[in-house]
Design a protein around this ligand. Structure first.
Ligand SMILES: C[S@@+](CC[C@H](N)C(=O)[O-])C[C@H]1O[C@@H](n2cnc3c(N)ncnc32)[C@H](O)[C@@H]1O
Length: 286
C-alpha cells in the first residue's frame, strides 16, 4: 500500500477551538448556498434523514432530544418534525446556529431551540437541563473535532435522564486512517494517520465536502483520532451501557474517490466491503 503525505501533528491543542470554529463559521455560508445542504424536504414539512439514521433512530415522538453539534439544524428540525416533544441543538458556530434558528422558524417549529456552546461546555450552559433529555443525538463529523472524549461522554450523561439513550453515528475510526492523498492507482485510498495516534492532527484543506467550488480561507483545522475502544470506554466511564453497535460498509458522504453511491444514497465500496466506513451505536444511561 502507498503511504500518503501525512498531516503534521499539531504542536499543541491550544488553538484547536479557534481554528476549527473559524473553519466551520466560513463553511456555513457555503452550506447555505446553491451547492450546500438540500433543505427542501424540511421546508416541505418532513426533513429527510440519511438512510442509516432513518433506519436506526426509531420513534422519536414525544421525546426531549439534545442534538450535539447540530450545524445548520437540519437534523434537529427533522427530528422535531417527526414529533419530538422538543429539540435543543448545540453548536459553537454562531452562523450555523443563526441558520438553524431561521430554518426552524421558517418551518413553523416552536419545539426547537438552539444554544451556542462548545459541546464540551454543554453542562455549564444548560444548568437547568441535568437529566432532562430522553435522547442525545449526534451524527456525522462530530468527535473528530473534540480532544476529550471523557468530557464529551460526561456532557451526554449530564443531559440524559436515567434510562435515556445516546444515538451516535459517524465515520468509522478505521476509515479515518485512510484518505485519497497517496491513493493507489486502482482508486483505493492511501494512509492518512495511524489508528492509534490520537493527534492532534493539523490539517490544511481549503476544500468543502458539500461545495466543490468552495475555497476556504480558514483552511487550517485540528482534528483528533478516537479509536473504537476509546469511544466505548468513554461512554462506559460516564455510566452509559452499550445497547447495540453497528459497523457499516457505507457512509453518508463520499469518503474515497473509488466509492460509489448505492440505491439508498449512501457511498460504498465499488466491489467488496473492504473496511467499515460508518459506525453507529445506542448507549443507555443507567
Ligand atoms: C459536520 S457538522 C455536524 C454534522 C451534522 N450532522 C451535519 O451533517 O450537518 C460538525 C459541526 O460540529 C460543530 N463543532 C465542531 N467542534 C465543535 C465543538 N467543540 N463544540 C460545538 N460544536 C462544534 C461545527 O460548528 C459543525 O457545525
Amino acid at each position: 500500500m502507498n503511504r500518503c503525505s501525512t498531516p503534521m501533528a499539531a504542536s499543541s491543542t491550544s488553538d484547536w477551538r479557534r481554528l476549527n470554529q473559524a473553519n466551520w463559521d466560513e463553511r456555513t455560508a457555503f452550506h447555505l448556498g446553491p451547492r450546500g445542504y438540500d433543505l427542501s424536504s424540511h421546508r416541505a414539512g418532513r426533513g429527510r434523514l440519511d438512510a442509516i439514521v432513518e433506519a436506526e433512530i426509531g420513534d422519536v415522538s414525544g421525546l426531549s432530544i439534545l442534538h450535539l453539534q447540530c450545524h445548520l439544524g437540519d437534523d434537529s428540525v427533522a427530528l422535531a418534525q417527526r414529533g419530538a416533544k422538543r429539540v435543543v441543538g448545540v453548536d459553537f458556530s454562531p452562523p450555523a446556529l443563526a441558520a438553524a434558528r431561521s430554518l426552524a422558524a421558517e418551518c413553523g417549529l416552536t419545539n426547537a431551540r438552539f444554544v451556542l456552546s462548545d459541546v464540551l461546555a454543554a453542562p455549564a450552559v444548560l444548568p437547568g437541563e441535568a437529566g432532562a433529555f430522553d435522547l442525545v443525538f449526534t451524527s456525522w463529523g462530530t468527535i473528530c473535532w473534540l480532544p476529550d472524549l471523557e468530557a464529551w461522554a460526561a456532557a451526554i450523561a449530564f443531559a440524559l435522564r436515567p434510562g435515556g439513550a445516546l444515538y451516535f453515528a459517524d465515520m468509522h475510526p478505521v476509515a479515518r486512517v485512510f484518505d485519497d492523498g497517496g491513493a493507489c492507482a486502482d482508486g483505493f485510498p492511501g494512509w492518512r494517520f495511524p489508528y492509534f495516534e490520537p493527534g492532534p492532527w493539523r490539517l490544511d484543506d481549503p476544500a468543502d465536502y458539500m461545495d466543490a467550488e468552495a475555497r476556504l480561507t480558514n483552511s487550517l483545522t485540528v482534528e483528533f483520532q478516537h479509536p473504537l475502544a476509546s469511544i466505548l470506554a468513554a461512554l462506559r466511564g460516564a455510566g452509559l451501557g452499550l445497547d447495540w453497535l453497528r459497523e457499516h460498509p457505507c457512509l453518508v458522504w463520499k469518503p474515497f474517490a473509488g466509492c460509489l453511491r448505492d440505491a439508498q444514497g449512501l457511498w460504498t465500496w465499488p466491489d467488496r466491503p473492504w473496511l467499515p466506513l460508518a459506525l453507529s451505536l445506542r448507549a443507555v444511561k443507567a
